[in-house]
Design a binder for this molecule. Structure first.
Ligand SMILES: Cc1cc2nc3c(=O)[nH]c(=O)nc-3n(C[C@H](O)[C@H](O)[C@H](O)COP(=O)(O)OP(=O)(O)OC[C@H]3O[C@@H](n4cnc5c(N)ncnc54)[C@H](O)[C@@H]3O)c2cc1C
Length: 380
């Protein structure tokens, strides 16, 4: 697959590999064990010009394609999946602002996001609507020049750290009544609520946003009233690719550890890798990783062509990579024996981080439902 990458894509991949090694992997353990938000790593991503990877050059972005974005996230995830998730969410939210913001809003906000000076988040999930964004209950009522927003969001990545939230709100009844608002962290009437302790992805707040008559200027409406669906679809495309690439990066990193361990670890006077059972394990892992890579890269190429719609490959890649990563990392832990279960190695962190990926940005079950309906020709 690598041989089909363009010169520009290989350059960005090399650069991401270096940043991941120097800036992310060195901090990943503390980020996870101390629950520290990876600000230094995020700033390094800004310095390397990754934070504006998909944004047009006029806003300080790199105007790179989706496959380049995937290559960056894959490399970052090998160093620190938590940072890769914060990053992928930021890039997805920035895309929503790029696609729906007025020229003035874009000129004001996007250069800050492209440079990494400001962080963006995506606030869709609510306690009562869960994965179904068409059922959101947070309301936004226009009064003069501002919307009054009331309601709450839950499980938002970077809830406490982000400067801006692309937020799904209800401006009218039904699925066609959902809109997107760009909400500033400093907006009057906005508070962060509970922060949840999680199994993995511990270096970012997973928190609530509480809107109590929160005042948001009308100019912060992204797209039109009731126009969340096309924006959400576009952001979901980027986010699903991001999550797929994290699953891929974690799986490749797990396989790499196994190959090293198989050569170095001696049992009964011979390297572990000499045992056929171990050879079977790494063979199965390598097939899974390459299948994942092919599907994820393919999905990026298909999505690039399909814009603004979402090809079925986007769903296929998300489903396959996130479910398969859990199996690959599990095998890697098995191959490392007791050591694999300890915090001496990053494998247990990989596993905990990967576990969230089948839930986030459309969980496995609704994902299968959408795909199944698309395959059956049941979607409008
Ligand atoms: C690591 C992580 C980061 C996250 N970051 C963000 C973020 O930045 N922004 C944000 O908005 N949200 C975020 N979330 C929330 C995430 O998007 C939601 O957890 C997810 O959408 C599921 O919603 P829910 O938790 O309410 O589960 P529910 O929607 O209540 O689902 C519960 C169970 O029911 C299943 N289910 C749901 N619908 C169907 C169906 N139609 N058929 C069959 N089964 C179904 C689900 O698969 C799941 O197993 C994050 C979650 C995680 C784990």
């Amino acid at each position: 697959m690598d041989t089909r990458l363009s010169e520009a894509q290989m350059m960005i991949q090399d650069s991401a590999r270096e940043v991941s090694l120097l800036e992310l992997s060195t901090r990943a353990h503390d980020t996870d064990s101390m629950g520290m938000f990876p600000w230094e790593a995020f700033r390094a991503l800004g310095d390397a010009e990754f934070t504006g990877v998909l944004l047009p050059k006029e806003y300080g972005g790199s105007d790179a394609d989706l496959l380049s974005f995937v290559l960056v996230v894959e490399e970052l995830a090998k160093g620190c999946a938590n940072t890769a998730l914060v990053y992928a969410t930021h890039v997805a939210a920035a895309r929503g602002i790029q696609q729906g913001g007025s020229p003035e809003l874009k000129q004001e906000i996007l250069p800050l996001l492209a440079s990494g000076k400001r962080l963006a988040a995506w606030a869709a999930t609510e306690p009562n609507s869960g994965s179904n964004v068409t059922a959101v209950e947070t309301t936004a009522k226009l009064d003069g020049d501002s919307y009054a927003v009331n309601g709450s969001k839950i499980f938002i990545t970077s809830a406490e750290e982000a400067h801006y939230y692309v937020t799904a709100v209800r401006t009218g009844p039904g699925a066609a009544g959902v809109s997107a608002l760009l909400i500033d962290k400093e907006a009057e009437g906005l508070d962060t609520g509970r922060r949840f302790l999680r199994l993995g992805m511990n270096g970012t707040s997973s928190g609530e946003l509480l809107f109590n008559n929160c005042q948001v200027k009308k100019r912060n409406l992204l797209g039109t009233e009731g126009g969340y669906a096309p924006l959400g679809m576009s952001m979901a495309g980027v986010a699903m690719l991001g999550v797929s690439a994290i699953a891929l990066g974690l799986s490749q990193a797990s396989l790499d550890l196994c190959l090293k361990y198989g050569q170095e670890r001696k049992i009964g006077g011979q390297p572990l890798g000499n045992y056929q059972g171990v050879q079977f394990l790494v063979s199965e892992m390598s097939v899974a990783v390459e299948a994942m890579r092919s599907l994820v890269y393919w999905s990026a190429l298909k999505q690039q062509e399909a814009a603004p719609g979402l090809p079925i490959a986007a769903y296929q890649a998300k489903l396959f990579s996130t479910e398969t990563a859990l199996k690959v990392i599990d095998k890697a832990i098995q191959l490392h024996g007791g050591t694999g279960y300890t915090r001496e190695l990053p494998l247990e962190r990989y596993y905990r981080d990967a576990r969230g990926l089948t839930l986030h940005f459309t969980p496995t079950e609704p994902l299968k439902e959408v795909m199944g309906k698309a395959l059956m020709g049941l979607l409008p």
